[in-house]
Design a protein. Structure first.
Ligand code: ATP
Length: 267
């Protein structure tokens, strides 16, 4: 597929590369139209956090890895955006923490479920739950079609990683007693607020880092991991993330501008 050429000198080169991958995902039927819009909301928050993984997000990732490793039935819930951006990292993480993968869409369509499952299988996944009739169980806490889950996956999961989820489903999963780990650039979203643990970071940066952390922690004693998993206070975590954005904006507000035109492009 023809890609737009992105200059490495562009201050947002990485962000533009991510956009290209989503557009490609949209063209192949993996990403929903609404997924493109949802990504834009995330991008705006990435500006605010400085487009890099914060120490706060790293702390959250360590506990998230412990939660997944300590769980009996960990599941990674995958939607179109997550599949288009980090399919390989999802597969790598499932291997480290022995989790299942379930396709779980906000805008359900069999074609998209099949396209996402194929992408995940091409990335090395042996099993992909939640496709079509496999989502035969219903979550009582949700009224719409979005309540459908796989009885072998999210229904029985005790820990669910939801990179990019909507607030209703996050709330429902938490009400069901599951530990919900969200990756969300927006600390103010309902997902971020309702989750047991929120990694405030771009999924594109967070997934590979989370996988590396899980690989380091996997040999630790299960009891120790269990203690680490319950040591987390998401209110404090989100307070820190919001304070960091606040501090960064205060510093930028003093400067007014923070980018300068490079010499060679002035002519
Ligand atoms: P909620 O229902 O949780 O309040 P929302 O209505 O904003 O959230 P959506 O529009 O479904 O939710 O999803 C967008 C969410 O995903 C936003 O919170 C956005 O910050 C986040 N998001 C989008 N792209 C990324 C990304 N690449 N990495 C991390 N988070 C992202």
């Amino acid at each position: 597929m023809k890609q737009t050429k992105i200059s490495p000198r562009h201050p947002r080169a990485e962000s533009l590369r991510i956009r290209e991958r989503l557009i490609e995902g949209y063209k192949t039927g993996v990403v929903a139209t609404a997924g493109l819009v949802a990504h834009g909301r995330g991008e705006a928050f990435d500006y605010l956090i400085g487009e890099e993984t914060t120490s706060n997000a790293l702390k959250a990732m360590k506990v998230a890895a412990a939660m997944l490793l300590a769980a009996k039935h960990p599941v990674i819930s995958v939607n179109g955006n997550a599949a288009a951006l980090v399919a390989e990292d999802v597969v790598k993480l499932t291997k480290e923490v022995k989790a299942k993968i379930e396709v779980n869409l906000f805008h359900r369509s069999l074609e998209r479920e099949v396209a996402i499952a194929k992408l995940l299988r091409d990335a090395g996944a042996k099993e992909v739950l939640g496709v079509g009739e496999a989502s035969s169980a219903k979550i009582r806490e949700i009224a719409s079609e979005r309540r459908r889950v796989d009885p072998k996956g999210i229904l029985i999961a005790d820990a669910v990683l939801v990179p990019l989820e909507d607030g209703d489903r996050t709330e429902a999963l938490v009400k069901m007693g599951k530990r919900v780990i969200a990756i969300d650039l927006n600390p103010l979203s309902r997902t971020a607020q309702f989750a047991t643990l929120t990694i405030v970071d771009n999924i594109d940066r967070a997934m590979p880092t989370l996988t590396k952390i899980a690989a380091k922690l996997r040999t630790e004693d299960k009891k120790k991991l269990g203690r680490l998993a319950i040591s987390f206070d998401n209110k404090e975590n989100l307070r820190e993330a919001t304070k960091m954005i606040n501090g960064r904006l205060a510093a930028l507000a003093k400067k007014g501008t923070y980018l300068t035109i490079l010499e060679e492009s002035k002519t």
